[in-house]
Ligand binder design. Structure first.
Ligand code: NOJ
Length: 737
């Protein structure tokens, strides 16, 4: 539709019609199955406003969305099409690893391809907007939503954020893309004590330097929508924060897309204690710049009377409705309200061999090899192998946010490993993922069948364990697959105990006592505390809820078809007491490595460093860094810094190496982190080959943010660190004059 026609349409709409464009409800309001997660509450809204609603949450399926769209348009005076929005967080039906795994690939190009694929699948099912990317920087593994974020670093998260936006939005014009909705603005990952929906409080310098860059990067990549965070920032709930939404997002960053609240976040302004009732909450949210109210009765029930009472200028509603209409128009919905919805395309594209292959490649690149003593991996296919543990033969490996997917399509570890071993594989569960029924019931509303299934081994624990130990005794190697139950991480899954369940630890202990070579696979949505069991296993492979192709991807790594190339995008704590833990700490006046042992910044009962640092991961050949040098010792302010690097692979396997470049500004007007990632590159180095490259870093990347939120560059010495992880680097220095 031409802009002028769209404007005419807007002018012709009643206030209530315009308000309709600003509300979003879940599927149950449209007689559809509801896969939405969030507190269930009767909304108390009229059928009239439901009929005018401009968007719907988490309803998919070509036929369903077509039907709902037709019915809804027929009811509206101007027959305006709805937007269908869903959580397509890491795949629609073909699921790839959750975002911590995407971060661990350090491969934005591959991530972009995966998002493009997810967008095609979702578009065929009639969806228009995906609530992704989630790019909240995370420092605390107690927070269940670690699973949804690429990791702890603003630069890595920025690059994954951009890749996701490019991928999702790439094919918008051909009806096979998805509008990306960035979230959760802002700094949700900083919730105190890792507790869900909790307070965030931080300095401006910290906010601008560490938390805001990934959102900014996504906006710069053209992201068309953004969701506010459920949390508050420095005392102001983000959904009512006009400084954040207007001054920063709209004015400073030039964002002109749609701002949506998170689920019920406008109503929750009352619980946050900044609004007396829903009316005031609605006024505050709209005035702060929130265009769409997701799943609350605030805008539906309050905006019209705010106008008639003379408190709110109708123009504010018109402005917000205009943004929503523009977005619909960009998708071409006024010409084709069904967008890409097509049963035929669903049948053709969803879970196609091509999509599965991409998910498999991505999964392979996301797996992080954390230990491999005496090169126990790759495994020898002629050996007898026992596969034990709750994930040995389990399809529920998709994680909490794969809400549209079907577990029955997942390749299990058993299936994947069998392709290599045939009858040489023996497999049994031995123990369950969770052994405490109260914990299980407190975690989620599981049905009694689901509880039965999750606790199937515990019912006859002794005999299950005995079968497992007998198989282990008869085998040369034991692969044990353990981890978190999929609902143990994700939204509303904060926890204080990050150990494996007792029964999983018991299984590892008992197999260890048999003196067998153990390969441990851990599947989870957050870093777990593994220090105690690390010494009991020979190899440790970490998988972030690995998705539909889990079994084949993991088997390809175990048997050496592919060399592991995943690197941690989050530090692994030794114990929960170290949290929050992240590498880019500020120095202290009394660093722990100074001479006086007692009066230094340390713990008296734990080491300070993480169990595995940011950027860590092994491959099947170790690449050597040779002749690493800067092009100059002294640069002028606007000059690019150039680093020459030669990588040498003296091994027999081709590998992918993730070159990581960090820097530190040792003397500045504000204390600066001990290290900050500034660039990275994943490169293939063939066996017995060298690879030379130059990495250039523009000097603006060495700026820091002060407490006014301004980026400043201060001349002087900079330390540059080049290496395979944040702890294993070659140090160089240069001067900026
Ligand atoms: C609440 C979550 O915080 C958000 O991430 C999600 O997109 C919405 N619910 C919609 O499901």
């Amino acid at each position: 539709m031409k802009t002028i026609e769209l404007k005419e349409l807007l002018m012709d709409m009643s206030v209530l019609e315009k308000i309709g464009q600003l509300v979003q409800f879940s599927g149950e309001f449209f007689e559809s199955q509801d896969v939405t997660y969030g507190p269930q509450q009767k909304l108390g809204i009229s059928q009239e406003i439901v009929d005018l609603a401009g968007s719907v949450l988490n309803v998919t399926g070509a036929e369903t969305t077509r039907k709902i769209q037709m019915n809804q348009m027929a009811k509206q005076p101007h027959h305006i099409p709805m937007l269908f929005m869903s959580d397509i967080i890491y795949g629609y039906k073909t699921i790839y690893p959750n975002p911590l795994g995407l971060g661990a690939t350090w491969n934005p190009e591959l991530v972009a391809q995966a998002c493009e694929m997810a967008a095609k699948e979702a578009a065929a099912s009639g969806n228009h907007v995906t609530f992704a990317p989630m790019v909240d920087v995370i420092h605390d593994a107690r927070w269940g939503r670690c699973l949804e974020s690429p990791g702890e670093d603003p630069i890595l998260n920025s690059s994954i954020a951009q890749a996701m936006v490019y991928g999702f939005q790439k094919n918008l014009s051909t009806g096979s893309g998805q509008i990306a909705c960035l979230k959760h603005f802002a700094a949700y990952g900083g919730v105190e004590a890792g507790r869900e929906y909790n307070t965030v409080d931080m300095s401006m310098s910290n906010l601008f330097q560490n938390y805001l860059p990934p959102y900014k990067a996504a906006i710069d990549a053209g992201c068309k929508m953004i969701m506010t965070s459920l949390s508050s920032l420095n005392g102001i709930p983000c959904t009512a924060d006009s400084w954040l939404l207007k001054d920063i997002l709209r004015e400073k960053w030039g964002f002109d897309g749609v701002i949506i609240s998170d689920y019920a976040a406008i109503r929750e302004l009352v619980s946050h204690g900044v609004a007396i009732d829903n009316k005031e909450a609605s006024l505050k949210a709209l005035m702060a710049g929130v265009d769409i109210d997701m799943q609350s009765s605030c805008y539906s029930n309050e905006l019209e009377s705010l106008v008639t009472d003379g408190i709110l200028d109708e123009d504010k509603i018109t402005e917000a409705a205009w943004k929503v209409l523009k977005l619909k128009n960009e998708l071409g919905l006024f010409e084709n309200p069904f967008y890409g919805a097509s049963k035929k395309l669903e049948d053709k594209n969803i879970l196609s061999q091509e999509n599965r292959k991409l998910a498999r490649n991505l999964c392979e690149e996301s797996l992080v090899l954390l230990k491999n003593d005496n090169n126990v991996l790759p495994l020898d296919i002629t050996k007898k192998i026992a596969l034990l543990g709750p994930y040995a033969d389990c399809q529920d490996m998709l994680g909490m946010w794969a809400v549209h997917a079907d577990n029955s399509k997942t390749v299990t570890l058993k299936d994947g490993i069998k392709k290599y071993l045939g009858s040489n594989l023996n497999c049994t569960k031995g123990v369950d993922l969770v052994d405490d029924i109260k914990y299980l019931q407190g975690m989620w509303d599981f049905t009694s069948e689901e509880v039965q299934d999750i606790l199937s081994a515990s019912k006859n624990n002794a005999s299950e364990m005995n079968v497992a130990l007998t198989l282990a005794k008869e085998s040369d190697y034991v692969v044990i697959a353990v981890g978190e139950q999929s609902k143990e991480s994700g939204e509303a899954a904060s926890k204080t105990n990050l150990h494996l369940s007792d029964s999983q630890i018991e299984l590892i202990d008992k197999v260890h006592k048999l003196n067998k070579k153990i390969v441990l696979i851990v599947i989870s949505g957050r870093p777990l505390v593994l220090e105690d069991i690390l010494e009991k296993v020979d190899a440790l492979l970490y998988a972030w809820f690995p998705g539909t192709e889990a079994g084949d991807a993991i088997a390809n790594i175990l048997f050496g078809k592919v060399s592991p190339s995943g690197r941690l995008s989050i530090s692994f704590p030794r114990n929960e007491g170290q949290l929050p833990i992240y590498y880019s700490q500020l120095p202290t006046g009394r660093p722990a490595n100074s001479n006086s042992a007692r009066f230094t910044s340390r713990y008296i009962d734990s080491q300070l460093d993480p169990l595995f640092p940011f950027g860590y991961g092994l491959s099947y050949s170790e690449v050597r860094y040779k002749d690493v040098q800067l092009s100059k010792a002294t640069y002028s302010v606007d000059e690019e810094l150039e680093i020459q690097i030669t990588l040498v692979n003296e091994g027999v396997k081709s590998v992918k190496e993730v070159i990581q470049v960090y820097f530190n500004d040792p003397v500045a007007s504000l204390s600066q982190p001990v290290k900050r990632l500034v660039a990275f590159k994943k490169v293939k180095v063939d066996a017995q080959k060298q690879y030379k490259l130059i990495i250039s870093i523009p000097s603006y990347k060495l700026k820091f943010f002060n407490n006014k939120g301004d980026a400043v560059f201060e001349k002087g010495t900079f330390n540059i660190y080049v290496g395979r992880n944040v702890h294993d680097c070659i140090k160089l220095s240069c001067e900026y004059i």
